[in-house]
Design a protein around this ligand. Structure first.
Ligand code: NAD
Length: 479
């Protein structure tokens, strides 16, 4: 084994959103930077961007846009007096479009690395000492070592396998294969009505697959505000999604060209035959083999890297960011911000990260987005709160678009009037939440929002109107 001489200021392990944004920020701040990643695309070629770009959110959102369009052509156009005949579906072309988009985005990251003179290694890295990595090149060449004054671990997460529903990626598939199906299954089952299960159901359900979601929990979507979860349940089931709560899958196997799924609920045992089964039962941090035992990297009992509030691990000069830690939810934008935060710390800059104003989004159709606390958490904490709600159906823009479902809910402190949480379900919720995030970052009160002029007619008026509700002012919008 040969030792490569250059000692980098920073080596980032992982080129997903957390890793690549961290490497770029490090390089922008004048640090000599390297990034190691082992991802290969379907053709076995090297591509940056990690799971988020290649098999996660970006891939998913690309297909969701296609599915939304197809569904609108088939169902929403008539409302507008537009008739379109002979609409047909070419799923293979849809998947190819997705692949070319992620390929182009991956190459953009490569270009940014070149522009910033970041040395990029296609290899699997293992931490062997606080400042030393062992690299196994993907092309099969000799392993070697790299040294860095700082190491940033950003290896992301992967699906948790279920022993009783073994993935073959043909009939029983994981969330990656679920974004690469080239034919439409007539009947599809998904294990888990979490974020990923719902997003995949939004794609394949909107394309026409009869979709059954089997969720072990009795309650639906525990993270968002429960009023929003109830509204989501109502809307999704009205759209035709077959959502079975309290349904714990116990076994699944391929039988002929079908999958037989066994599950239990309060009424007993059930069996279901479907064309495909997607396993979307949660993700785990990629920490297996990330560090040699002698490196003594501290993990918690669930395999997450133990870090302090500055993303520092127990080892000097070693940081962990993104899905590897429990500092916040597994969200790409959390990882991106942590990547920048750590780069700035290493460069000796004054820096900060605000987890309190981290937006969450579920990319279904309609979308769910929120920031801050839910009504349930605030009531449990005994906070005096007031709530303003406004339905999109009362805005002229929603009426004009023909998409009137959903609402905006604003929670403010009853005495100080400070905004404590904003919860949205409706089309474009992922974009609308940005205004709430900014308002909370700037410590806005509900009165600040009520006095902020919003363009008319827009969906954002629902946000304004929810704030006006506190002041008991009359709605500005007719209807
Ligand atoms: P999740 O934990 O959100 O949902 C998994 C669900 O599967 C749970 O509700 C669980 O009860 C259920 N489940 C597990 N075993 C089951 C069984 N045997 N039968 C029936 N149900 C079962 O996990 P996920 O949806 O895989 O997402 C993983 C992570 O990735 C989350 O932290 C999520 O925030 C993140 N993510 C976020 C986005 C986004 O922000 N839009 C997108 C993708 C992933």
């Amino acid at each position: 084994m040969s030792t490569i001489p250059p000692i980098y200021d920073v080596i980032v392990v992982g080129a997903g959103p957390a890793g690549y944004s961290s490497a770029i920020r490090c390089a922008q701040l004048g640090l000599r930077t390297a990034c190691v990643d082992h991802w290969r695309n379907k053709q076995g070629q090297r591509i940056l961007g990690g799971a988020h770009l290649n098999s996660g959110c970006v891939a998913s959102i690309t297909l969701l846009e296609s599915a939304r369009l197809y569904h609108a052509l088939n169902h929403d156009l008539k409302k507008h007096g537009i008739h379109a005949d002979n609409i047909s579906l070419d799923i293979a072309a849809m998947i190819q479009r997705k692949d070319s988009i992620i390929d182009a985005l991956g190459h953009k990251i490569t270009d940014l690395f070149k522009l910033h003179k970041i040395d990029s290694f296609h290899a699997t890295a293992k931490l062997i000492k606080p400042r030393q990595l062992h690299l196994t090149p993907i092309d099969g060449s000799e392993p070697y070592r790299l040294e860095g004054k700082h190491i940033i671990l950003a290896t992301g997460s992967s699906p948790i396998p279920l022993p009783y529903a073994k993935v073959d990626n043909e009939f029983i598939i994981d969330s990656f294969a679920a974004l690469n199906m080239t034919t439409l299954p007539k009947k599809l089952a998904i294990i888990g009505a979490g974020v990923i299960g719902l997003e995949l159901a939004a794609i394949w359900g909107r394309l026409g697959a009869h979709t059954v979601l089997l969720e072990a929990q009795e309650s639906f979507l525990s993270l968002p505000d429960q009023q929003i979860s109830r509204e989501a349940y109502r809307i999704y089931t009205q759209q035709g999604l077959d959502l079975r709560l309290g349904a714990r899958v116990t076994a699944a196997k391929k039988v002929g060209k079908k999958v037989q799924v066994e599950y239990q609920d309060q009424e007993g045992n059930h069996s279901l035959k479907v064309d495909r089964l997607i396993v979307a039962s949660g993700r785990k941090p990629n920490t297996e083999n990330l560090a040699a035992p002698e490196a003594s990297l501290l993990l918690d009992e669930n395999g997450y890297v133990h870090v302090d509030e500055n993303c520092r691990t127990n080892l000097p000069g070693v940081f962990a960011i993104g899905d590897l830690t429990v500092l916040g939810p597994m969200l790409a934008h959390k990882g991106i911000e942590e990547g920048v935060f750590v780069a700035e710390q290493i460069a000796g800059k004054h820096t900060a990260i605000h987890y309190d104003t981290l937006p969450s989004v579920i990319y279904t159709d309609p979308e769910i987005a929120w920031v801050g606390q839910t009504e349930q958490v605030l009531r449990a904490l005994g906070e005096p709160i007031k709530i303003g709600i406004f339905p999109f159906s009362a805005t002229s823009r929603a009426q004009a678009s023909g998409r009137t479902e959903g609402l905006v809910k604003i929670i403010a402190h009853a005495e100080s009037d400070a905004l404590l949480g904003v919860h949205i379900i409706g089309p474009k919720a992922s974009e609308l939440i940005a205004e709430a995030v900014l308002a909370m970052e700037f410590s806005a009160s509900s009165e600040d929002l009520a006095r902020t002029i919003h363009a008319h007619p827009t969906r954002s008026e629902a946000f304004h109107e929810a704030a006006l509700a506190f002041k008991k002012m009359l709605s500005h919008i007719p209807g």
